[in-house]
Design a protein around this ligand. Structure first.
Ligand SMILES: [Mg+2]
Length: 315
């Protein structure tokens, strides 16, 4: 197997502001694994602040793998990209075609500005999205309350509202924001605080479903989340949890424990998005997934990863 690596940068239209900081672009390592006429693609794109390796560490790990393809990289983003390339190479060898169908995806709102929140949500509704995810906990609690109230008022029952605090709220912040809105509007809160011990209490006090995301990159943590019954949904990001096989394993574990799953992009490039889309279709075809991120980039991503009327289509 011959492995080649290519660096690529994708520029976001607007900075995405989360509790981990502001992201303006994505630095991606595109991976091609070849064997004779067959080839498979993968992608590694770590992002600072999400508990992953740095870009340079991912690149070094992939360069090392290229010299010895039997030994997959260990660091999470590099491993996920390598495992995706290997599975895609195998699919190409077996001449297995991609799955057919469509999956619903959510729009992502990451701006702290209330007027922009309103514009982005109106655009998302006009474009047919059935769920909107808004980043919270990036500024202060009163701004979050205004943003969540504005979003809930605009969405009504037209689309589901999901919040993602990326672990940035305290328990008090979480309860303050969640008690300020009609909770029938809130479908899910991802990583409300950095401590999963809080999550069960937030769920019990508010009834809102809690999603685990960043915590899932640590295998020991996954067992603890299940034991604590801390989350009702696992947000699985194939590009950081180890690629397709690891995602299937985690989905199986979630199902055994009565936990729902969603598949999500890590602001992935086209290869990561395509792989995540196919896994969403395979593992949870009727959910609304976090894969509507292609339009966030200035660069025009390929049509097959661009949402149309709130859906990604595999054909
Ligand atoms: Mg998240």
């Amino acid at each position: 197997m011959l492995i080649t690596l290519q660096k690529r940068r994708l520029q976001l239209r607007n900075p995405l502001v989360t509790a981990h900081g502001s992201t303006t672009d994505r630095h991606i390592i595109e991976i091609t694994a070849r064997d004779g006429d067959f080839h498979g693609h993968g992608e590694a794109a770590p992002l600072p602040g999400f508990g992953l390796e740095t870009f340079d560490e991912a690149l070094a790990a992939l360069e090392q793998w290229a010299t010895n393809p039997e030994l997959l990289p260990e660091s999470p983003a590099a491993l996920s990209g390598a495992a995706t390339a290997v599975e895609n190479l195998e699919k190409s060898r077996l001449r297995r075609s991609d799955p057919k169908g469509a999956i619903a995806v959510q729009a992502l709102v990451g701006t702290p500005e209330i007027s922009l929140v309103e514009t982005q949500i109106s655009d998302a509704l006009a474009n047919g999205y059935l769920a909107i995810k808004m980043k919270v906990a990036a500024t202060d609690t009163s701004t979050d309350i205004s943003r969540v109230q504005a979003a809930a008022a605009l969405l009504g029952s037209k689309a589901a509202l999901r919040l993602d605090a990326n672990g940035g709220w305290s328990m008090r912040d979480a309860l303050a924001v969640l008690s300020s809105v009609d909770l029938s509007h809130i479908d899910l809160v991802e990583e409300p605080t950095s401590n999963p011990l809080d999550w069960r209490k937030i769920n019990e006090e508010t009834g809102v479903n809690i999603g685990a995301d960043e915590q899932l990159t640590n295998h020991l943590q996954v067992g603890m989340l299940l034991e604590l019954r801390a989350a009702q949904t696992f947000v699985l990001k194939p590009s950081v949890i180890g690629g397709p096989l690891a995602t299937r394993r985690m989905a199986g574990l979630a199902a055994e424990n009565g936990v729902d799953i969603l598949i999500s992009s890590f602001l992935d490039g086209p290869i990561g998005l395509r792989s995540a889309r196919d896994l969403a279709l395979e593992l949870a075809p009727n959910k609304i997934h976090g894969l509507g991120t292609a339009p966030l980039f200035v660069d025009e991503l390929p049509a097959d990863v661009q949402p149309i009327d709130g859906y990604l289509r595999c054909s």
